[in-house]
Design a protein around this ligand. Structure first.
Ligand SMILES: C=C(O[C@@H]1C=C(C(=O)O)C=C[C@H]1O)C(=O)O
Length: 397
């Protein structure tokens, strides 16, 4: 996660979040910060993703005299469902603040006081999620599938509307090395108010010219408030046979797909351990060079998606088991979130540690965890709870 660069981007000392309203777009990575304000000349689409849909949107932007157009997108876990794409008329694109570690969330004022949680409904109940993990363990024992990522959701109703900028600042302050976003969902046409918001730690692909950067995570343990125990957990994760196996499925499948599209693959032999504010993760930072420089960041992201970090291994059978076991639609959860320019450079993160906002008072939060032979249902319940906690803390006090 140390490879952030800001090639020729204007510097900025602050996050571009002033007067953030529904239908605005924001995406921040360690290097890039992009913000748009909704306007009547914005272009948007709500349809299954395809190269021609992306080309059409850029062609329309060109036709209205827009240069340096930037596409923002949410691509669902199941790519046959509608993606939500936006080319705003005007986008601010600057570097992320270099000293952002020093930035703390702005305290709530009378106008931006965080609403309270009035109801919290797990989907399904945690015990049922534990039973889903048990069912996955039976499937591993039968032998046709090695890993299944199982998710659950939480419907949260708030006492009032939220201040998106306040939430995003809170997430940014805690996720310096991640991908923090709020992008509109056009399910209701131009009148839509819904958005996907979150702070993902996981980069699917960044493209800079013909170079691509990929950073899968898989294998996790919640952090501990005691520094010595926290270090023990970190050291334990680095040598955990179960977690290394879970991570290995992801890296080997990504390597197989990258080999079709890239040369000069640089893949560390062993994963390292990275920390978010709440969890330790096994992480492998991969670089490669595209064989075909016309392949865009999104093209490569879609070739890789869904990786065994979001779905399982082998992909097709894990995908079928997810459809059968999970009692809700993932929609944009565990899909792609990001941006790209017409030349194909861009960044696509995975849509995790996130929630779908209805634009008023309701959020659906999501979290998933990879299960393999040897997984423990109680640990997966705790892990998914921890994964939802950062976002829950950000939206309501
Ligand atoms: C699916 C999620 O996270 C993924 C699953 C992980 C795991 O099981 O160890 C780790 C990071 C992510 O690839 C999520 O946060 O919801």
């Amino acid at each position: 996660m140390s490879t952030a660069t800001s090639p020729d981007l204007p510097a900025s000392n602050e996050w571009l979040l002033d007067a953030f309203a529904n239908r605005d777009a924001f995406f921040a990575s360690p290097a890039h910060q992009l913000r748009s304000q909704h306007g009547s000349a914005d272009l948007h689409a709500y349809a299954p993703i395809s190269a021609s849909l992306v080309e059409q949107l850029f062609a329309q932007a060109n036709a209205q005299g827009q240069h340096n157009a930037v596409l923002f997108g949410l691509i669902p876990f199941d790519v046959t469902q509608a993606a939500s794409l936006t080319i705003p008329q005007k986008v601010q694109h600057v570097a992320s603040p270099a000293n952002a570690n020093a930035i703390t969330p702005t305290p709530s004022t009378a106008n931006t006081a965080s609403p309270a949680v009035t109801s919290k409904q797990p989907v399904p109940a945690p015990e049922l999620y534990g039973q889903m993990v048990e069912q996955a363990l039976d499937l591993f024992a039968q032998g046709d599938v090695k890993k299944i990522v199982l998710a659950r959701a939480m419907d949260v109703t708030l006492s009032g509307t939220i201040d998106q900028a306040h939430i995003l600042r809170d997430l940014l302050a805690r996720n310096r090395h991640g991908y923090t976003f709020s992008l509109p969902i056009w399910n209701d046409g131009a009148a839509s108010q819904a958005a996907m918001m979150g702070a993902s730690p996981e980069l699917l692909v960044r493209r800079e010219g013909d170079m691509v950067f990929i950073n899968p995570l898989a294998g996790s343990i919640p952090r501990h408030s005691d520094p010595a125990l926290d270090q023990e957990r970190k050291d334990g994760l680095a040598v955990s046979e179960k977690d290394l196996r879970e991570h290995g499925y992801v890296v080997s499948d990504i390597t197989r797909i990258l080999a079709e599209h890239c040369t000069d693959l640089q893949i560390p032999e062993r994963p390292s351990v990275i920390g978010t504010d709440a969890l330790w993760h096994l992480s492998t930072f991969i670089t490669a060079r595209l064989k075909n420089p016309a392949m865009t960041a999104l093209d490569l992201g879609l070739a890789l998606h869904p990786t065994p970090a979001m779905c399982g291994f082998p992909t097709a059978s894990a995908f079928a088991h997810i459809q059968a076991l999970e009692p809700f639609e993932r929609d944009y959860f565990a899909g792609l979130v990001g941006w790209q320019k017409e030349n194909g450079d861009g960044e696509w993160a995975l849509t995790i540690r996130c929630g779908q906002y209805d634009g008023k008072q309701v959020f659906r939060l999501y979290a998933g965890a990879g299960t393999v032979a040897g997984s423990d249902p109680a640990s997966e319940i705790r892990e998914t709870e921890t994964k939802m906690a950062t976002f829950l803390r950000a939206i309501a006090k």
